[in-house]
Design a protein around this ligand. Structure first.
Ligand code: NAG
Ligand code: NAG
Ligand code: NAG
Ligand code: NAG
Length: 375
């Protein structure tokens, strides 16, 4: 355990939240998060474009178990769809997004997909997952169609470099990183379970991505996933980030649901256990390595993404260890990482004054509270 010194108190000795308390805490976390929501931009002040997609996903996930927040969630989906596009840092070229796709023709979406592409393929993947989460709780096809359009644009980026496949990080980079490819897998697998008429296409893409991913050098020692590949396509030894151990879990759970194969959940369980062994402290609270220096600007978001996906695995393949990590991380956030304004900091073992606190640190912790409320 790497972070033992950061969390000297045995949280397991404390009483943990009841189901109702866990939900109340998540609701309070949402109220605080919305202090940062800017009605004019449709995004959350203090954080970037891709972080917004993760805020929206967490809100949708809470709405899926807590009807009392549905009104807030609907407002965010509606408002963000309309207001956020001008905030896109680098809107995607329409020609690329609308290029002829190798899918069956479908009804045209009222949203403009170019608005949601920003030439960073991982960002596009986050928004696709966010709109799928919005679809899951609203059944509004506008959101699902938008996610399909984003995915169709991403398929154009399928590369030829390492192992003759995978997506690079962005159109002008040769960097083949884990997150972009995990997101591609997860979006494809989610769509396979939601679009019956194109299920086979989406299963085919998800399988293709997973078979490719598993055959590359992303996995380092101890079954953890490093950040990406070197120019020669070998593991680059870069940081084992929590989100890279997370997105793959949700992707494999969805793929297993769409096209069952025991190896998918076996792989997911191996990755999840390895991640917990590497990233959890002795109280089963998750950390990222950056916390001892600085996680800004992006890594402040990562842990919540891991928790969201660990919950998905726990739902499909329950394990006491996963439950303990979810419960104890949420408990620690609430008891040790919350300031007087109810905002959560970057280090879930606390205190909230460690590092800069913003809508990213808060929404990441909020994701963990939503996971705990969903158990
Ligand atoms: C906005 O949300 C409401 C539900 O609150 C829904 O009926 C309506 O269709 C949504 N509008 C758009 C433009 O998506
Ligand atoms: C979609 O968005 C792109 C980029 O902002 C813009 O160039 C294009 O005109 C839009 N298309 C439609 C049909 O509104
Ligand atoms: C793998 O685990 C061993 C034993 O815990 C540890 O010493 C080593 O640093 C780990 N390797 C990586 C890349 O995390
Ligand atoms: C299950 O998945 C594994 C790994 O992708 C693959 O090698 C195997 O052929 C699959 N089994 C079936 C029955 O499709």
């Amino acid at each position: 355990m790497l972070f033992t010194r950061l969390a000297p108190v045995l949280i397991s000795l404390l009483p943990v939240a009841t189901a109702n308390e866990a939900r109340d805490r998540a609701e309070e976390g949402l109220l605080t998060l919305q202090d940062w929501y800017n009605d004019g931009t449709g995004l959350w002040d203090t954080i970037g474009w891709w972080n917004g997609a993760n805020c929206m996903t967490a809100i949708a996930d809470l709405a899926s178990i807590d009807p009392s927040v549905m009104e807030t969630a609907n407002y965010v989906f509606n408002n963000t769809l309309i207001k956020a596009p001008p905030q896109n840092p680098h809107p995607g070229p329409e020609t690329k997004a609308n290029a002829k796709r190798d899918f069956v023709p479908r009804a045209v979406s009222s949203a403009n997909v170019s608005d949601w592409l920003d030439s960073a393929y991982d960002d596009d993947g986050w928004w696709a997952l966010a709109w799928i989460a919005a679809y899951d709780v609203t059944e509004d096809n506008t959101y699902l169609s938008l996610a399909e359009d984003i995915f169709a644009a991403l398929t154009k980026a399928w590369g030829t470099r390492c192992g003759g496949g995978g997506l690079p990080w962005n159109p002008t980079s040769d960097y083949v990183n884990a997150i972009t490819n995990e997101l591609f897998l997860s979006v494809a697998a989610h769509l396979a379970n939601r679009v019956p008429s194109r299920k086979e296409d989406y299963v085919r893409w998800a399988r293709k991505e997973w078979d490719w991913f598993a055959a590359q050098g992303f996995f380092g020692e101890n079954n953890t996933i490093n950040d990406g590949l070197l120019d020669n396509c070998q593991n680059n030894g870069q940081t084992v980030w929590s989100y890279n151990q997370g997105v793959i879990l949700g992707g494999l759970v969805e793929l297993n649901h769409a096209s069952p194969n025991n190896t998918y959940l076996e792989s997911a369980n191996t990755i999840a256990k390895a991640a917990i062994a590497t990233l959890a402290d002795s109280n089963h609270v998750i950390h990222d390595f950056c916390e001892t220096s600085s996680c800004e600007p992006d890594a402040t978001q990562f842990k919540g993404i891991f928790m969201r996906n660990l919950l998905m695995l726990h739902s499909a393949s329950p394990h006491d260890l996963y439950k303990s990590v979810i419960v104890n991380s949420a408990e620690s956030i609430w008891k040790r990482d919350r300031n007087e304004q109810g905002q959560f900091g970057v280090n879930w073992a606390g205190p909230p004054t460690m590092g800069k606190l913003d809508a990213s640190t808060h929404s990441s912790a909020f994701d963990a509270l939503v996971a705990a409320a969903s158990l």
